[in-house]
Structure formats: C-alpha cells, structure tokens
Design a protein around this ligand. Structure first.
Ligand SMILES: Cc1cc2nc3c(=O)[nH]c(=O)nc-3n(C[C@H](O)[C@H](O)[C@H](O)COP(=O)(O)OP(=O)(O)OC[C@H]3O[C@@H](n4cnc5c(N)ncnc54)[C@H](O)[C@@H]3O)c2cc1C
Length: 449
C-alpha cells in the first residue's frame, strides 16, 4: 500500500458503495467492499428507485460499458407521464415525460433488487459479505484499520463510509452529525401486475408515475413496473436485438426474482400511525394501510388488498442536519451515510451515485500522483457537502415527507391540499407553465441539453 496507489476499504455494498467500487476498479485502484448482509439477495430495502440523469451519468462513468448497458436493459419500462391524482383516482394533472431513447438524459424506474444485482455483477472478488463493520483505527503511518463483528479486520489507506443512514462509521468519525426522524412514515407494498390488477388503473396511471394527494393528510405514490422478462424469468416476446443478448448473458437474473408489479407507497405524519407500526408486518400492515385509506377509490383499495403481504414494509423517514466542514483524513463518507434525505425529491440514490463518481475522480487523480490522497479527499468533501445538504433541504420541503408539513395540520391542511392540487392543475393546463415544469424537473435531476 502507498498513498499514491491507495488501497480503499468501502463499508457497505449499497448503491453508492458499489458504484465507487466499480469506478475504482476500472481506474486500476485496489478496492475491497465489506457488507453486513450475508448474501447478495439479503435485505429488503423497498422496491422502486428512480434513477435520473445524475445517477445514470454516474453509473455510465463508473461501470464497465457492457454492465451500464445491462443496467439500462434491466430497468422497468420508463414512465411516460407524471400524474397527480386524488384519492378518488381523479386526475388533477398529467405531464408528458421525455422519451427514454437517450441512455443518460432520462428518468428510469429501477427495481432495487435488480439494481443491486447489476452492481454486484463481476465483483465477487471485491465484495466481502457477512462483514458487519464495528469500528476503525487510524494509524500514524497513514493507514486505517476497519474491524468487523466476526473479529476480523482489514487495513487500507482510505476508509469510505457507504453504510447508509445508520452509518456506524459516521457515528465514530462525526459523532456530532445529526440524522433524525423526519416525522413521517411510509407503508410500501408490491402488487403482482396481472390482467386484473392492470384493469383497475386508468391508462395514464398505468403508463406513468402517479402522486396521490389524498384528503385527511394521506399521501401516496403509485408506480407500474414492467420488465423485459416474464413471470418465468424468460425474455418476453418482442424483446430482441442487443437487449436480448445482454439479458441472456447476464448472470444477475438468476439472483433476482423481480417480476412485473405495481408499487404503492402511502405516507403521512407519524401522528396518524399507531405507535407499534414499525413492528407490524404482513396482513396486519396491509390491514392498517386499508384502514388509513378508507374513502379512497375502491380500485386503489382493491390493489392494496391484493398486495403480497410478505412485501408490505413500514419505513420511518429520516433526514439529516448539515455538518460543518472538517479536516480531511483517511476516513470519508458518501451517500446516506453523510446526507440522509427524505424521499421528497427522489434523489437520495442519485446523490449517492454522484458522490461515488466525484470521489472516484479525486482518488484517480491521487493515484496518478496529481495530488496527495488527503488533498483529494478534502477536494471531494468540499464539493459534496454543499450539494448533498442542499438536496437534503429540498427533499424535506417536498411532498409531505416532513411530518410537520402544513398538509397535516387540522384546518390549514385542507387549504394546503387545495393549494397543491390547484398549483399542479394550473401548471399542467397552461402550455408555457407545463413546459417549464417538465424542463425544471429534468434540470433538477441533472439533465443536460
Ligand atoms: C421510500 C423511499 C423511496 C426512495 N426513492 C428514491 C428514488 O426514487 N430515487 C432516489 O434517488 N433515491 C430514493 N430513495 C433514497 C435512496 O434509497 C437512498 O438515498 C440510497 O439507497 C442511498 O444509497 P447508499 O449507497 O448511501 O446507502 P444504501 O443503499 O442504504 O447502502 C448501505 C449499505 O451499507 C450496508 N451496511 C449498513 N451498515 C453496515 C455495517 N455496519 N457494516 C457493513 N455494511 C453495512 C447496508 O446493508 C447496505 O447494503 C428512496 C428512499 C426511500 C426510503
């Protein structure tokens, strides 16, 4: 090991950690990833994740080209519309989204488990499973040792915390950093997409992403996820050419049991949920989702009732407080480990991917001898902190992911709901405003002209 050709230890084989690991390996930098999960299929982290231009650009930069093509081929059909609907399935607004012909400047729907399998492809020699990080020690010779719960340890020149919201590395390195409950709770379910469940949704909802602004402070989002493979895991008819070739050769499909589904997430202020919601699972949680959505359109309630109880997850939404800059050292952080954000703008994973690319570029410069390792780490942190915490702030302000949002107040809530619906309704009907809305949406998600 030497600081000009560093050996990098990454804690966490999630979105950001694996993107960084691919980038480093492509740059010829030695890297090892340590993941607490025991196998590549462990852990249920939710269902759909939207990867916008920022995330796609990062993946294109870090992944081997054929693996980036596999990522694109394994995404669900891209949404054609962004809809805002009421709890009665009435359309408040509908914005046509851009076609997904460009590999980067588009918004893609990805299944989390599929993305994970893509990111683990070809990395068997890099990722060490069943390694729960417990603590680190920094040494005078510039090295750093990571210790794991099984008694083992690993030594490197840089330790990267990519271990998510509850980061054990952050707890030790930046004990003053605050990650807190945002005060809202989600219940996420997965419903198999069948002829019948498909028939319960209007065409634009079937083909789009639909944000549900419900009355009485109940929000929701609905995604329809359709893949290129069928219920048996074989290619659907009509999928040909390059995609068929990529999917046929991709070993990741063996580990991924993702099939076409509808993903519904409902959320509200934590005050609306029973105190034991985070311990509830299965039918009990589905039942709670149905109780909370009384008065919703019967088709939406039927979808909830038809959800796979094993897929039903409660999620406590978290956010973080900006951390003042610190002196760079042989420990750094990326993604949720440093800037956990609510899903309000759907950019947490995209920002983790952006961090990974930026850190990778800096470490590549250090490995090439262009700058010392600690200067590279400092340059990364100086860029990452401002945009990371700006995303945290935007996310908290959006779509009622903050449990104290006016939407959840007794009288003001009704006005806030009318205001939000009115804003989307007018914006979608006035062509100039509609175009600006869509352009702003893509610009925020990192699209380039
Ligand atoms: C409901 C919901 C919807 C969302 N939708 C979107 C979206 O549409 N678009 C978007 O961009 N973002 C979205 N996000 C946010 C996104 O999921 C996260 O920001 C993203 O996963 C963060 O990636 P990461 O690599 O930092 O952490 P993670 O992906 O959480 O990875 C952390 C990894 O570290 C491992 N780990 C943890 N502790 C240890 C330890 N002690 N030792 C070893 N390993 C450890 C974990 O097992 C995990 O594999 C959403 C979040 C939620 C809750």
């Amino acid at each position: 090991m030497s600081s000009s050709r560093p050996h990098v230890l990454v804690i966490g084989a999630g979105t950001g950690g694996m993107c960084l690991a691919h980038g480093l390996r492509r740059a010829g930098i030695s890297v090892a990833v340590y993941e607490r999960h025991r196998t590549r299929t462990d852990g249920l982290l939710g269902y759909r994740v939207g990867i916008g231009p920022t995330g796609s650009r990062a993946l294109r930069e870090c992944l081997p080209p054929d693996l980036f093509d596999t990522f694109v081929a394994t995404c669900a059909r891209s949404p054609r519309y962004f809809n805002v609907i009421t709890q009665r399935l009435r359309q408040t607004a509908s914005f046509e989204l851009r076609p997904d012909t460009d590999p980067v400047n588009t918004d893609r729907s990805v299944s989390r488990m599929t993305l994970r399998q893509v990111l683990l492809t070809g990395m068997e020699d890099v990722v060490h499973f069943d390694k729960t990080f417990t603590r680190y020690e920094q040494h005078d010779d510039g090295t750093v040792t990571a210790y794991f719960a099984d008694g083992s340890s690993a030594v490197g020149d840089l330790l990267v915390a990519a271990d998510g919201t509850h980061s054990a590395v952050r707890r030790q390195y930046l004990p003053h950093a605050v990650t807190r409950d945002a005060g809202s709770i989600n219940i996420a379910v997965k419903i198999p997409l069948t002829e019948h469940t498909r028939s319960l949704l209007p065409p634009r909802v079937l083909e789009g992403i639909s944000l549900i602004f419900g009355t009485r402070g109940m929000m929701g989002i609905l995604h329809v996820m359709e893949f290129k493979w069928d219920s048996g895991g074989g290619l659907k008819s009509g999928i040909g050419g390059a995609d068929a070739h990529l999917l046929d050769r991709w070993p990741g499909l063996l580990y991924d049991n993702t099939r076409d589904y509808i993903n519904i997430i409902i959320w509200s202020t934590a005050r609306r949920f029973p105190p034991d919601v985070m311990r509830r699972r299965g039918d009990d949680l589905v039942h709670l989702a149905l109780q909370l959505t009384q008065g919703w359109h019967p088709n939406l309630r039927e979808l909830l009732a038809r959800s796979d109880p094993g897929s039903c997850l409660p999620i406590k939404v978290a956010t973080s407080e900006p951390v003042p800059p610190w002196k760079p050292s042989t420990v750094t952080l990326l993604g949720d480990a440093i800037h956990t954000m609510t899903p309000g703008r759907g950019v947490g994973a995209n920002t983790a991917l952006r961090d990974a690319t930026l850190l990778c570029r800096q470490l590549t410069a250090a490995a090439a001898g262009d700058k010392p390792l600690l200067e590279a780490v400092g340059d990364y942190e100086a860029q990452m902190l401002p945009y990371g915490f700006a995303r945290v702030a935007d996310s908290l302000k959006n779509n009622g992911t903050n449990g104290d949002d006016p939407l959840y107040r007794p009288v003001v809530g009704r006005l806030a709901l009318l205001g939000a619906r009115g804003y989307f309704g007018v914006t979608s009907r006035v062509p100039k405003l509609r175009r600006k809305f869509v352009d702003d949406l893509y610009a925020y998600r990192g699209a380039e002209d």
